[in-house]
Design a protein around this ligand. Structure first.
Ligand code: FAI
Length: 515
């Protein structure tokens, strides 16, 4: 068999003229629709208009042009089926051996800010996916191309053997069904959201591969990195790597965690992360000051860590960063001097995120956790709190400085694995107790890590204290103020201990579990 007739109908016309010209020179007849046909004619490629094949005009602003039996029988006929062949001859129909289609730009359309609903609907392609599906189903005989990246391989095979190989047609068919499935998923997602139904009876999210990863969490685990079709511009999936080795699975997980935390802050902030937990967080007047604090918070754990900043990295900060081994530095950007300093280090990875949108961090989106046999979906934890919303439950209210540190600690503890306790003083974390099976255990770790710095520090707890023991421990360590959700049946026990020691305690009424 050989390819004699091709149907070409593309929205993205990149490379289409050269592709069709070569096909035409090899004797392939090209049938095409409105805009594609005009372009090919203009460029001198011989082309037959779709209406000459269907005997029907392209109507309704292009809504109906290829949706015709003359097209679909030509695509779907089983070439070695006698009955199909007889019907084709009887009705005067011709085979179509190759379909080249890419679809109306639905994704690009809905990505536009304030896109009109009617505009989105008009960009739902109907005829294109129908042809793609017909051709892909009949891949035993028909070649189908949805991606310009495949033009060269198709040309090569037609040039050498008159047709593509069955292996290629199978690969192209599978690619088409992935493509149309993703296209429909985006449409259904858009419409579900417009209808205010983001968790419908069937979830059809799709992702596009950014890269294969060398391995997963451990070297014996296969892994890859995927992005949502409409990922925001200040995420790890859109960051530009300026220097260093390829990101690993664990790098991506940790860098994502660091980015989520640093986006909590409007003021200059730096977050150091190890194993998904912040080991040091600092804020300051400058990014240098913020990094100095994040570093001082825990100079041991930061080694080999991931550092995220929410301001451009300057040369002073770069010099300080380069004093230790860090896996990754993520920032909106780097000055040229900073890059010159940091790129001297072979093993550091530098990621430019572009401007971070702290406000977007407070917009809810859905996050997925896979479980064996399925997944659970929830809104992301975007809750933030103001001083005026806190409920002072002790005899003493926090001082202005204590209140500042409490709110800082609360922003950080939200991102620490539960059970979580964070101690803060002077705009930095001084102790972090993460991922413990009991709250008092988390507090012990945070207090021990803080050492002398626990004296005069404040304490933030991601969930309420089930009994008074954590407060007792905190008081003995010299903690002066506490922020926690409240709501335990033994709240009174904790309040009593706090009052005994002159601790100021506030309830948020909100819990920040993170598992
Ligand atoms: N309605 C149809 O019969 C139809 N047939 C092909 N299309 C699409 O029309 C586009 C190409 O249009 P043009 O050649 O006019 O620039 C392609 O994206 C193709 O997928 C159609 N448009 C939408 O459904």
């Amino acid at each position: 068999m050989s390819i004699k007739r091709a149907l070409v109908s593309v929205s993205d016309k990149t490379g289409i003229v050269d592709f069709c010209r070569e096909l035409s020179q090899m004797g392939v007849e090209i049938i095409s629709t409105g805009g594609t046909s005009s372009l090919l004619s203009k460029e001198g490629v011989p082309v037959i208009g779709i209406s000459d094949v269907t005997g029907f005009p392209e109507i309704m602003d292009g809504r109906v042009k290829t949706l015709h039996p003359a097209v679909h029988s030509g695509l779907l006929a089983v070439r070695d089926n006698e009955e199909h062949t007889r019907q084709m001859q009887e009705l005067g129909l011709g085979y179509i051996d190759l379909v080249v289609v890419n679809l109306y730009p639905f994704q690009e359309t809905i990505a536009k800010p304030d896109v009109a609903y009617e505009d989105a609907i008009e960009n739902i392609d109907i005829g294109g996916p129908t042809m793609l599906r017909s051709a892909a189903k009949n891949h035993a005989f028909v070649s189908v191309v949805v991606d310009a990246a495949d033009y060269s391989q198709v040309l090569e095979e037609v040039r050498s053997g008159g047709d593509t190989t069955l292996e290629t047609r199978k690969r192209l068919a599978a690619k088409v069904f992935r493509h149309t499935a993703a296209y429909d998923a985006l449409i259904s997602d858009y419409l579900s959201n417009v209808n205010g139904d983001p968790l419908p009876e069937r979830l059809t999210v799709t992702y596009e591969k950014l890269q294969d990863l060398r391995y997963g969490e451990n070297p014996h685990q296969q892994a890859a990195f995927y992005r949502k079709p409409l990922a925001a511009q200040d995420t790890l999936t859109t960051a530009e790597q300026l220097h260093g080795k390829e990101l690993s699975y664990n790098n991506i997980n940790d860098a994502n965690a660091a980015l989520q935390i640093v986006k909590e802050f409007e003021e200059p902030a730096v977050v150091a992360v190890k194993h998904m937990n912040p080991c040091g967080v600092g804020i300051g007047e400058s990014i240098y000051e913020a990094y100095s604090k994040a570093y001082a918070a825990d100079p041991t754990s930061i080694f080999g860590g991931i550092v995220a900043a929410n301001r451009i990295i300057d040369s002073d900060t770069a010099n300080k960063l380069s004093e230790i081994f860090l896996e990754i530095v993520l920032a909106p950007d780097f000055t040229q001097e900073a890059l010159d300093i940091l790129t001297k280090k072979k093993n550091i990875r530098l990621l430019k995120t572009g401007e971070l949108n702290a406000a977007r961090n407070r917009e809810s989106q859905f996050v997925v956790t896979s479980i064996d046999g399925g997944m659970i979906v929830q809104q992301s934890d975007v809750h933030s709190i103001e001083a005026s919303e806190l409920n002072v439950v002790t005899d003493r209210a926090p001082s202005e400085e204590e209140m500042k540190q409490l709110l800082f600690g609360w922003k950080v503890v939200k991102h620490v694995k539960s059970n979580a306790i964070v101690l803060a003083a002077n705009d930095m974390t001084v102790g972090v107790g993460a991922g413990q099976m009991n709250r008092v255990g988390a507090a012990k770790i945070a207090i021990e890590q803080a050492g002398d710095q626990a004296k005069g520090a404040v304490l933030a707890s991601d969930a309420f204290f089930p009994m008074g023991d954590t407060l007792e421990l905190a008081a003995k360590a010299g903690i002066t103020a506490v922020i926690q959700p409240g709501g335990s049946i033994k709240d009174e026990e904790s309040i009593k201990v706090a009052n005994e020691y002159g601790i100021a305690m506030v309830f948020t009424g909100v819990r920040h579990f993170k598992h």
